[in-house]
Write a protein that binds this ligand. Structure first.
Ligand SMILES: NC(=O)c1ccc[n+]([C@@H]2O[C@H](COP(=O)([O-])OP(=O)(O)OC[C@H]3O[C@@H](n4cnc5c(N)ncnc54)[C@H](OP(=O)(O)O)[C@@H]3O)[C@@H](O)[C@H]2O)c1
Length: 268
């Protein structure tokens, strides 16, 4: 590969994507960040381009534009995503489809669009921003957890297939990160009174943990490592909380794990 590497970061208008785009630019990549609406205050050193990952034509136009400007794509960071928290039965199928359209099919659309470019140039890397909720399904996040679990499976299958083309795919698994993610999330569209207390408990938990959560920079360091590792890992937990939860999941008994999780979510 040439000395200057070209990266696309989806959802670079805020939070983890913003910091990742800026961090990769600082690490020497030429970075194209995306947002559905381009504003003037994008990440430093990053060219912002419009893209809606739920729109096939928008994704195709973005990839053609980057190839026209830079000639290649070495790294794709699939970061764009939205949250949704509430009881599993509080979201309609239509709403769940809308969530999957960004968090799952958006990743697949972007991946399908860059793979021909990466194959043509003889290599590349894809990093999908998953979540610890893709490892541990938590209560009141069934649709979001299901979407992040889908990305876990998709990434691992994909990685087996594309190694033949010198392309690798990995998933990055943060826990809580200090962004506006919870404010930007979808609210369940068929709320039921019997979940009011649970929703309030989750909101209280987020209010508690978010001010102490990892800063996006913690995730950026892991992304840069995953982009540079000569032999990338399939999964990278990002941050202490994610590492602890992942270890607990592996080594604690399932009863103990269950109890700890229910206590955290204040479920009797
Ligand atoms: N924050 C956390 O605690 C946390 C923990 C684990 C994993 N994550 C994951 O990290 C990723 C980034 O989250 P964040 O915390 O940085 O949230 P954020 O600050 O709300 O940023 C979300 C980004 O996604 C973009 N986006 C949303 N819908 C899109 C669409 N249809 N097409 C293109 N872009 C779209 C937004 O861009 P525009 O609105 O400008 O288009 C925005 O830049 C997500 O995948 C999330 O699941 C977050």
């Amino acid at each position: 590969m040439d000395a200057v590497r070209i990266a696309i970061v989806t959802g670079a208008s805020s939070g983890i994507g913003y910091a990742t785009a800026e961090g990769l630019a600082g690490a020497g990549f030429t970075v194209f960040g995306t947002s559905r609406k381009i504003k003037n205050d994008g990440p430093k050193g990053v060219t912002m381009l419009a893209c809606d990952v739920t729109d096939e034509a928008s994704v195709a136009a973005l990839v053609s534009d980057v190839v026209a400007r830079a000639g290649k794509i070495d790294l794709l960071v699939n970061n764009a995503g939205i949250g949704m928290f509430g009881g599993a039965e509080e979201s309609s199928i239509a709403q769940s489809k809308a969530l999957f359209d960004v968090n799952v099919f958006g990743v697949m659309r972007m991946t399908n669009a860059v793979l021909p470019v990466m194959k043509r140039q003889g290599g590349g890397r894809i990093l999908n921003i998953g979540s610890i909720l893709g490892v541990v399904p938590a209560p009141y996040s069934a649709h979001y957890s299901a979407a992040k679990h889908a990305i876990e499976g998709y990434t691992e299958s994909l990685d087996h297939e594309i190694r033949a083309f010198n392309i690798r795919a990995s998933i990055i698994e943060p826990a809580y990160v200090r962004t506006v993610f919870d404010q930007n999330g979808m609210k369940p569209d068929q709320q039921k009174a019997e979940y009011d207390a649970a929703r309030a408990a989750v909101a209280a938990l987020l209010r508690d943990v978010m001010p102490k959560a990892d800063l996006p920079d913690v995730i950026v360091k892991v992304v840069i490592k995953a982009a540079n590792d000569r032999i990338p890992r399939r999964r990278y937990t990002a941050g202490n909380a994610a590492r602890m939860i992942s270890l607990l999941r592996r080594f604690a008994t399932s009863n103990m794990f269950d109890k700890t999780l229910r206590k955290q979510f204040r479920i009797a």
